[in-house]
Design a protein around this ligand. Structure first.
Ligand SMILES: Nc1ncnc2c1ncn2[C@@H]1O[C@H](COP(=O)(O)OP(=O)(O)O)[C@@H](O)[C@H]1O
Ligand SMILES: [Mg+2]
Length: 339
């Protein structure tokens, strides 16, 4: 089996050394990405900043919200601003794992089977309505996300670098949906919600659509796939003080002893808190993490990693509320000033 298009499987756009990355430069690029994305997506500054931070931290993003709130638009626009090749796949009940990953096709000319890469060989892959497809297809996607590679018919192909998945899912469990199991949910660095725009935001959405005279939107790229690798390297160069690590560990541990929680967040959760905190620091032009960075990301990082007790579930307690309780309960460390 041969990869039909080697370019699809290697690092996109050359082999530039990502280098160390400079937090100030990274913050400048990040600001531009958010500014451009904000020219198209109205009133989603917070989720977009967290989504960008998750990408800078090398992670995947779950948008959980009702249809029609701009999730697809946000993913597509961020991909454009970041210079990543965007592919979207609608997850339906009959979707097969090979529709995601690709499959081998017999080529009569060469008399060989050739691997035809699926849409997951993209820079930013949007798995739309992931909870509408079967657990088998979900797990093929999540396996590829965890391992950054696809195994098909005895061959293993690496996915692109950078490679990010944005998935959308509907918060209401309709008939015929398959909610993601907790063990797979925590493959997503963050879960974000958009919420309804205010009336002014909604008018703005309509006004912008009228003035652009077409449905299609497009923003110019601020960077490239290689540029994104440099931003990610900047995140890797951010130091973290012991008291900030300790804070992330305490917050995560407190989710495990909260009375409404059956199973709290694992060390993958505390790790994710610090990772996202480093990316938020970079977006702020700093090379060190403040406790506020951990706080800012806590709901997005931890809420989807909690299993509530059956009784608190029945009472409609939200996992977000649990994380807010924990934030209020655990004292914020006062970090020493940095030079
Ligand atoms: N926050 C928003 N900013 C700009 N346009 C929006 C926003 N929310 C919804 N829209 C518009 O509404 C439509 C639905 O958006 P879409 O991204 O497809 O929603 P979703 O993926 O959440 O179902 C699109 O035409 C989009 O232009
Ligand atoms: Mg959509």
């Amino acid at each position: 089996m041969t990869a039909r298009n080697a370019d699809l499987t290697g690092a996109a756009g050359g082999t530039a050394d990502p280098g160390d990355g400079d937090p100030l430069e990274a913050a400048r690029v990040g600001r531009q990405v958010l500014d451009r994305t904000g020219t198209v997506v109205v009133g989603a500054e917070d989720p977009l900043r967290l989504a960008l931070a998750a990408v800078l931290a090398g992670g995947h993003v779950l948008f959980e919200d009702l249809p029609g709130l701009g999730k697809t638009l946000a993913a597509k626009t961020l991909a454009q601003a970041l210079g990543l090749e965007f592919r979207r796949l609608q997850f339906t009940p009959d979707l097969l794992p090979s529709d995601v990953t690709g499959s081998s096709i017999f080529n009569p000319a060469t008399r060989e089977f050739e691997f035809r890469p699926g849409p997951i060989f993209a820079g930013l892959f949007l798995a739309d309505e992931i909870n509408r497809t079967s657990p088998k297809t979900q797990s093929a996607l999540l396996e590829a996300m965890a391992e950054a590679q696809v195994s098909a018919e005895g061959t293993t192909l690496p996915l692109r670098r950078p490679f990010h998945v944005f998935a959308t899912s509907n918060p209401i469990e309709f008939e015929g949906t398959y909610p993601l199991p907790e063990a797979q949910l925590d493959r997503f660095l963050v879960r974000l919600r958009f919420g309804y725009p205010g009336p002014a935001g909604e008018r703005d959405i309509i006004a912008r659509r009228i003035s652009r005279r077409q449905e299609e939107t497009r923003v110019e790229s601020v960077t490239t796939a290689d540029g994104l690798l440099r931003l990610q390297a900047a995140v890797e160069s951010v130091g973290v003080d012991d008291d900030v690590i300790d804070y992330a560990v305490r917050l995560t541990a407190a989710t495990r002893s909260h009375p409404a929680v059956e199973v709290g967040a694992s060390p993958r959760g505390s790790q994710a808190l610090v990772l996202l905190g480093r990316a938020l620091a970079v977006l702020d032009g700093r090379d060190f993490v403040l406790p506020e960075d951990v706080k800012d990301g806590a709901v997005a990082v931890l809420a989807h990693r909690l299993t509530l007790t059956p009784s608190s579930w029945a009472q409609g307690v939200a996992a977000e509320t649990v994380v807010r309780d924990v934030l209020a309960e655990i004292p914020t460390p006062s970090t020493a000033p940095h030079g």
